[in-house]
Design a protein around this ligand. Structure first.
Ligand SMILES: [Zn+2]
Length: 189
């Protein structure tokens, strides 16, 4: 297909302006496809060992580089999320923490989601679903555990009342973990 154009040779690949854990496991080269028909949409997929990024024909070289980096990060995060969710560790850990500190409460579902800008975790009280930001996977386990306890506690107490904090404070590292997350500068869910 005439639209296929290899963007980077292998030596350039090592200088991709992205720093994503596990990126090398997901693909070993990048291919950019410019399409006359595309006006705005940009997409990416893994084909074999290549990350294939499809962009509009008119994008500049600088924009192309920016989008390649952005899509590489996005795809790697999704694949990492899928790997982490498939091993069942999060479900098991949530059950252990709930049994230790929260009277055995269980979420309907608990899963990693790609890094969110504004939150570490969230809990949909109506359907019992808990989501954790992948950013937590790179922090110490006791910090991740605190966020799990926090979101699990919302299944019992939806708000941040003193009753809620009495529950969460059963987890002994709550204050320390909150300090850690405050230092990272994002909000709790
Ligand atoms: Zn909360």
């Amino acid at each position: 297909m005439a639209l296929h154009k290899p963007l980077l040779d292998s030596s350039e690949l090592n200088r991709l302006p992205v720093d994503v854990p596990g990126l090398e496991d997901d693909f070993d080269r990048v291919e950019v496809r410019r399409s006359q028909r595309r006006k705005k949409t940009i997409s990416a997929e893994i084909v074999g060992q290549a990350l294939v990024v499809s962009i509009p024909h008119k994008l500049s070289r600088a924009e192309e580089q920016e989008w390649v980096a952005r899509m590489a990060t996005r795809i790697s995060e999704r694949r990492r999320r899928d790997r982490l969710n498939s091993d069942g560790d999060l479900v098991r850990r949530a059950a252990e923490l709930a049994d230790s500190y929260l009277d055995g409460v269980r979420p309907a579902q608990i899963a990693w989601v790609p890094t969110q800008k504004s939150r570490w975790g969230s809990c949909s009280v109506a359907d019992g679903d808990i989501r954790l930001s992948l950013a937590l996977a790179d922090y110490p386990p006791w910090v991740r555990d605190y966020v799990i306890v926090h979101e699990l506690a919302h299944l019992t107490v939806p708000d941040h009342s003193s009753r809620f904090w009495r529950l969460v404070n059963r987890y002994p590292l709550t204050e320390r973990a909150r300090g850690f997350l405050i230092a990272k500068g994002e909000e709790e869910g």
